[in-house]
Design a protein around this ligand. Sequence first.
Ligand SMILES: Cc1cc2nc3c(=O)[nH]c(=O)nc-3n(C[C@H](O)[C@H](O)[C@H](O)COP(=O)(O)OP(=O)(O)OC[C@H]3O[C@@H](n4cnc5c(N)ncnc54)[C@H](O)[C@@H]3O)c2cc1C
Length: 411
Amino acid sequence: MDLEVPDHLRPLRERVLRFVEDRVYPLEPVLDRGMHDDQEAADAMRRLMAEARSEGLWALGHPAEIGGGGLSFLDYVYVNEVIGRSEQALWALGTHSLQDSLMLQMHASDEIKERYLLPLVRGDIIQSFGMTEPDVASSDPTQLQASARLEGGEWVINGHKWFTSHAHLAAFTTVMVRTEPEVQGSGAFSMIVVPTDTPGYEIVRAVPTMGSTDGDHCEVVYHDVRVPEGNLIGARGRGFLIGQQRLGPGRIFHCMRWLGQAQRAFDLMCERATTRVAFGSPLADKQFVQEMIFETAAEIRACRLLTLDAARRIDAGDPARVEVGTIKVLGARMLHNAIDRAIQVFGAKGVTSDTPLDRMYRHARFARIYDGPDEVHKATVTRILLAPYRSRDRPATNGSRTTSEAGVPAR
Ligand SMILES: Cc1cc2nc3c(=O)[nH]c(=O)nc-3n(C[C@H](O)[C@H](O)[C@H](O)COP(=O)(O)OP(=O)(O)OC[C@H]3O[C@@H](n4cnc5c(N)ncnc54)[C@H](O)[C@@H]3O)c2cc1C
């Protein structure tokens, strides 16, 4: 497989990279203070967003018909790799809303599209997504308790969610709730758009996480929240499927972002290793440090290959469940390892806020939990891998009948 960026994308990718490195990086210390509480951060972000728009770099992966740049899925995958070098660049370049925009474009009514989707893509408003609940293990969403009942043409919603990221900044939350109490399992849930200023929608707190003061992940209580019946996304009982659909390509986007972050950590590590001298020579001359550089480069390259393979399969219409589950686990691990090693090579400076590594490290730790914890993906992938061995139609002992060389069931 060719790892190279396609020729037609190089100029655009380079312009995006320049924007991220030259304009977003220097502002990160300000932006990291959080748009919610800090006026200087909010103003700086608004300026960057305006620059991105005027330079044709805004929302590049969003479909053109909803106001985006209209890049194809695969082209965007390569561009996303450089956007992902900075978490703040996702906001500055208008790409953070992509998953939710695609979901609304595919499933929302025309009225919801007009009111929320188009302003979302323009960057006039922010979205949030509410599935996880503090009181149940939400890796198994069939346990979710929040509910909605139809009453006089309105949904009446009650429940308790948390980790509704950015709800304190958002104009609306797409919430997953139980609407079909008589149905068992995944068919019991629907998605409903709830404006965050609806009476009864109460943000209890923005939960601080791992030393961050700017809690982004909100705990939200719904007390008899009433929204119009037409705020339903897709059909009743299809919430689970819509959620899965939202996450599939989203995991490819995450992995490409993580590759960008890992590359940034690698660059920082190598710059430090070649300029810092200990015991008479640069750190880069020490074999233990070289090992860290080697392992990081190898993991980045392997992960990139796997991610691009998964992306191409998805682009060809294959759900690629084995590949996507695999890269979600390996990608998050690769990211964590890369940043961890960079911190090690930086020594004490690596754990200070004088480099971006401390914040990157926190995000890397999150990556092993959101969009499905590692263990859930491992269980899913392993179930698929074992299926042919468990069935009567077992592969021949050399595996050649039903498995590929990689041990992945032949399609
Ligand atoms: C930074 C961040 C942002 C997030 N943003 C959002 C958001 O915007 N909206 C939203 O709705 N949610 C969000 N989440 C929540 C995330 O989706 C959930 O944390 C995740 O689904 C796991 O649910 P849980 O926390 O209830 O963990 P639990 O379900 O309680 O699981 C705890 C642990 O149990 C283990 N485990 C679970 N199932 C299995 C299994 N089958 N086999 C083996 N081990 C297992 C895993 O180690 C897992 O980490 C976010 C989380 C983080 C960290």
